[in-house]
Ligand binder design. Structure first.
Ligand SMILES: [Mg+2]
Length: 303
């Protein structure tokens, strides 16, 4: 895969059979900002990378945009596929950058993956694919990582693939070999192929997970966007009053066609594509929408 927007787009297109189905394409309407949508939308779900931040840097005006939505009584939730950091650290990151969010308003695919591990009661010894410095307090007891205990890592009963940081082609080859020799479930806590960083695009866990699927017949499950499990978790988090939420009044705001927009639409939500700060920056967004058949309800340069 070429590490450019177009290279990543092509890889996602190759993988379409593994992604949710796009329902009927809506007519895309341009909007100046999310405030134009307040009569139609009650709950805004925000992708983080490429919408609110680039890496660890907030995109100018986004803190103010969330403040303005909160002031007019809208619910907001950050729905991110970032899984390297513990949930508490992810909340601290966005609160620390000034975003007006409460602890329950950040939903990360990491939490969804950790919850999914509970559905494998026969797996006692999980291993996490995580860099040595990452926090593990939220992970199953006794968890090991590739750096902390290599021997237990390769003998684990199941794998939580949470981060590509420190994961190498050599380690990937070894995992393929291990899964061929002795199958084990792999729960992928970040289905994304890449993420926009200050310096360009970084390869993410989803890239390696799809490579695993190409290489070995294994029980590999994706937790996070574009899969329904992510949107269900975010809607549950937003629904703190227990009143059922009308999905046609929930908008997923994101920068990636194959994760935020496809996933949001497949989950029955409305969708807003942000073009100026994430993976579509400087590309022919209209051309990519036409080619993929993935189209948002609304399109905006910035929120
Ligand atoms: Mg993004």
């Amino acid at each position: 895969m070429e590490l450019t927007t177009l290279g990543v787009f092509r890889r996602y297109e190759e993988l379409r059979e593994r992604l949710p189905q796009m329902p009927a394409e809506p007519m895309t309407r341009p909007v100046g900002s999310l405030l134009d949508l307040v009569s139609e939308i009650d709950v805004f779900l925000f992708d983080a990378f490429g919408v609110l931040v680039v890496g660890d840097t907030p995109i100018p005006g986004t803190v103010e945009a969330l403040d303005a939505l909160k002031r007019v009584g809208k619910s907001i939730c950050i729905l991110t596929n970032a899984a390297t950091k513990e949930p508490q650290a992810q909340f601290a990151k966005y609160a620390g950058l000034g975003f007006p969010i409460a602890a329950g308003e950040v939903v990360s695919s990491r939490s969804i993956a950790v919850a999914a591990a509970e559905r494998f009661p026969h797996v006692r010894n999980w291993a996490a694919i995580l860099p040595a410095a990452a926090g593990i307090a939220d992970l199953p007891d006794g968890i090991v990582t590739q750096a902390s205990n290599a021997r237990s890592f390769w003998e684990a009963g199941g794998y939580l693939f949470l981060s590509s940081k420190g994961w190498t082609p050599a380690l990937q080859q070894r995992l393929v070999k291990r899964l061929k020799a002795r199958p084990a479930p792999v729960l992928v806590g970040n289905p994304d192929l890449v993420a926009p960083r200050e310096y360009g695009l970084s390869i993410e866990a989803g890239f390696f997970a799809h490579d695993l699927l190409d290489s070995v017949e294994a029980d590999i499950r994706f937790l996070g966007k574009p899969y329904a499990n992510a949107f269900n978790a975010a809607i549950q988090a937003a629904n703190t009053l227990g009143i059922p939420i009308d999905r046609s009044r929930v908008a997923m705001v994101g920068d990636t066609l194959h994760t935020d927009i496809l996933g949001g639409a497949a989950a029955g939500l409305r969708t807003v594509l942000v073009t100026d700060h994430g993976v579509l920056k400087g590309t022919d967004a209209e051309g990519l929408m036409r080619q993929s058949g993935i189209r948002p309800d609304w399109i905006t340069r910035s929120i």
